[in-house]
Design a protein. Structure first.
Length: 263
């Protein structure tokens, strides 16, 4: 049997016990324990210092701007996407010549770019918003808007004249922040990997006598284990810790001026 046939067999059984609280509870317990899979998406790991940036980036890409951030200095540059994609058209509409503009990110050693959402991504956000609505009348109106011509314009017109206008804006902002947070986590992870590979593979870590240091072979003293800075999400800090441990690897009494006890 296909899924629909199976469902057609299950629903009459549920209907037959709809007034029996005890049986319904047993069915619910069984489904939760044996069938239902609650997939909770973990928030990507990103240093706290980027949290305010995520909010700002989400707002700017929603307005059609491309955002560039400097992961070291946390500088942000917003540029209208049309200026980058079609400088001539942008000049025709605004009178601004992009060739005469100085872009900050071009002088940065590295940057991370965030673009406005693609149409299918924005459409998905609207669908998600509709799914969680309780007002069936409004829910149907918005669903019909997405299923017909000019879905974005029609969806917007309905929202603008409804009582949930701010609810929509808050939902959309939240979804955009989740997307930005996820992209940022991915970019930072790969950026750190690339920097590490560059330093280890090209520059490398070396002792004063020129012998190369194997980071995995450097002992970790007990003092480091109880230090708040041990293996934190900061590549520069971890490098300093590694070099300090290596310098004292043969010392019986390890010392560290940057030690901070875990509270």
């Amino acid at each position: 049997m296909d899924a629909q046939q199976l469902l057609n067999g299950i629903l009459p059984i549920l209907h037959s016990v709809k007034e029996d609280k005890e049986k319904l509870q047993r069915i619910l317990d069984f489904l939760l324990e044996e069938i239902y899979e609650n997939s909770i998406e973990e928030e990507p790991k990103v240093p706290e210092k980027y949290r305010e940036l995520v909010k700002s980036i989400a707002q700017n890409i929603d307005c059609g701007s491309v955002c560039f951030i400097n992961p070291e200095t946390l500088e942000v540059e917003e540029i209208p996407k049309t200026m980058l994609d079609d400088p001539y058209e942008y000049k025709m509409h605004t009178g601004t010549d992009s060739d005469q503009q100085t872009f900050l990110h071009e002088d940065w050693e590295t940057y991370i770019r965030f673009d406005p959402r693609e149409s299918h991504e924005s459409f998905g956000i609207m669908e998600g918003f509709i799914d969680q609505l309780n007002d069936k009348t409004l829910k149907n109106k918005l669903q019909n808007a997405l299923n017909n011509r000019k879905p974005f314009a029609n969806f917007k017109n309905i929202i603008e004249t409804s009582s949930i206008r701010q609810v929509w804006f808050d939902y959309k902002q939240g979804q955009l922040e989740k997307m930005v947070w996820k992209e940022l986590a991915y970019e930072l992870e790969h950026l750190e990997e690339n920097i590490k590979k560059y330093c280890e593979g090209i520059n490398g870590f070396y002792n004063d006598d020129g012998t190369k240091i194997d980071p995995d072979s450097v002992p970790v003293p007990g003092l480091c284990i109880i230090c708040r800075k041990h293996q934190i999400d900061d590549w520069d800090e971890n490098l300093l810790c590694l070099m300090n441990r290596n310098d004292q690897r043969n010392e019986s009494d390890f010392k560290c001026g940057a030690f901070e006890m875990i509270c």
